[in-house]
Design a protein around this ligand. Structure first.
Ligand SMILES: O=C(O)c1ccccc1NCC(=O)[C@H](O)[C@H](O)COP(=O)(O)O
Length: 219
């Protein structure tokens, strides 16, 4: 199966169009976070969502963990999927399901050590997808993504093998390491932010190289 691609940190209607033209399956829209380079305001997220075809997969990246705040955040922005970048209580997924029956829920696991494998297994029971990233929610100023760092792909590989939900791989991906990432982890999809940007802006040359590498790995 062809590896899906999520282009993250979309910051304008123009960037959304470019990413879709290159073949992105998913657009990532990052709301305000405790740290990170790719965040935008909620009203801009809503504007971008309204400017693209409604069937496009749009992931709202929210740092919120209270289920009612998450529901409110989705309603404000209008995306059709929510990427939960911090730890939401497993039991609160039930509230999200009841109130947002048509919205896909993606739980981020920041891959740090063996405990991350157990964490992923637990969330795989309730989330629609798992996304493996390289943040550190335990820092005083939480890092919840957009780090540009690669994590331990052996652990990611173990997670992909041990759960039966689609898994996106994120963290420090760039055209140069795509072949190895796909071979090692065999993810359902790849998520990239800084690796296809120059000075924070989407770089068409890097995007082209990135998609070439994904297609090569899939052929
Ligand atoms: O980009 C940010 O500022 C950010 C901050 C907090 C949470 C998520 C954030 N980015 C979204 C992503 O999911 C990135 O695509 C992912 O972390 C990979 O980023 P990168 O390592 O730069 O490719």
């Amino acid at each position: 199966m062809k590896t899906k691609v999520k282009i993250c940190c979309i910051s304008s209607e123009k960037e959304a169009k470019i990413a879709l033209e290159f073949g992105a399956d998913v657009l990532g829209l990052v709301a305000k976070m405790p740290s990170g380079p790719g965040t935008i305001d909620d009203d801009l997220i809503q504007k971008i969502v309204q400017s693209i075809p409604s069937q496009t997969n749009t992931f709202l990246l929210t740092p919120k963990t209270n289920p009612f705040d998450i529901i409110e955040h989705q309603r404000l922005t209008g995306t059709n999927c929510i990427q939960l970048v911090d730890a939401v209580k497993i039991e609160d997924y039930q509230i999200l399901r009841e109130k947002l029956p048509n919205i896909k829920l993606i739980q981020v696991i920041h891959v740090i050590d063996k405990n991350s494998v157990e964490e992923a297994k637990q969330y795989a029971e309730v989330a629609d997808m798992i996304l493996l990233d390289s943040g550190n929610p335990k820092l005083a100023i939480k890092e919840l993504g957009g780090t540009g760092r690669v994590h331990n792909w052996e652990l990611s590989r173990e997670i992909v093998k041990s759960i039966n939900k689609p898994v996106f791989l994120a963290g420090g991906l760039k055209p140069e390491n795509i072949q190895e990432a796909i071979q090692c982890v065999k993810p359902y999809g790849l998520d990239i932010c800084s690796g296809v940007r120059t000075n924070g802006k989407l770089d068409k040359e890097k995007l082209k190289r990135f998609f070439e590498e994904v297609n090569k790995a899939n052929s």
